[in-house]
Design a protein around this ligand. Sequence first.
Ligand code: PAP
Length: 358
Amino acid sequence: MELAVCSVLTSTLLCSSTMASTTTTGITKPGPVPFTEVDDGTIPKRPAKEEFGDLVATLPHKQQAGLDLRLYQSFWLPEHWVAGTVVFQRRFVPRPDDVILASYPKCGTTWLKALAFAAMTRDHDYGSKTHPLLRLNPHDCIPFLDEIFADGQEPKLEKLPSPRLMNTHMPYTLLPGSVTTDTDGCKVVYICRDSKDMVVSLWHFLRRRQPDMPFEELFEHVCGGAVAAGPIWSHVLGYWHASLARPDRVLFLKYEDLLRDPCGNVRRLAAFMGKPFSAAEELAGAVEGVVGLCSFEKMKGLEVNQKGSSGAYHATARDAFFRKGVAGDWVNHMTPEMAKRLDEIVAEEFRGTGLAAP
Ligand code: PAP
């Protein structure tokens, strides 16, 4: 079966290749290619705060959950992202076939990155050791724009062949106008998650750096809205409204739907990104191949996701991105009263929008 998948996919790719590019390894390939493989480290950095640090210093400030936050255009952003956000807004030049993967932190970013990368690079044999996702962490395959622009490394994005896959935690209203208004601009895929599970996941993630952080403290910050990239409901609603207004440009996914029906959602994702699965690919099991490769068990079990940190732009222990991978773990961390309180806040914010909390 794997051989059949491989040959069907290879011929599909050969017919549909678009812009090709030469990587530092000298290989000419169409995109997407793993970001770490086009980054030869020769482009100098110019941290965005050198240019916009003065502006950042004028913004309202809070310190929460161990992070310095600044209120920028109605959202609390980690201070070290703000100047980069300004550069992103002013200087990002999208390509029509770019796809930006967007999420609130801990809502399924890593999974979406893996699925999108696998769905867009179907020339690889999913079982082969050469598949990028078997030797690289998903965060090393797809650049994280917030860090790239903060570090002043955006010229590296130009080295990526088209189509490019990139990701961000920025709210929709903070994305550059070229992304949010151009009718033939790039596409955006958003993933959201039950806020209660997001808080639990975020707490476990932050505890890597602050082992004694009380869960209740983070919970209060989330309920109050002043948390990195928050308020979370405003983040979600920005993308929700955009997906209704521009359904051909913005796809809205839910983590819980992906758990329930991974194949159906991978088909939607691939079709939206302009690479629908052909009948031959369906027959050869390509959808199941993508889902299996990116499954929680498979990804968590890979050596590359267990050791080291995920690169210069997102230097976090790789295993921190793979904890439980389930829906409903909040019951093990919250009292029923806490759950009710957060549910009610979110339901009130979502009222009348047509969006039901996952
Ligand atoms: P990020 O926004 O900081 O990049 P993100 O990937 O959204 O992080 O969050 C990690 C969560 O996704 C973890 O959830 P948990 O803490 O509730 O377990 C992680 O386990 C989950 N996750 C990562 N990869 C997968 C996957 N392949 N399938 C399902 N869930 C996954």
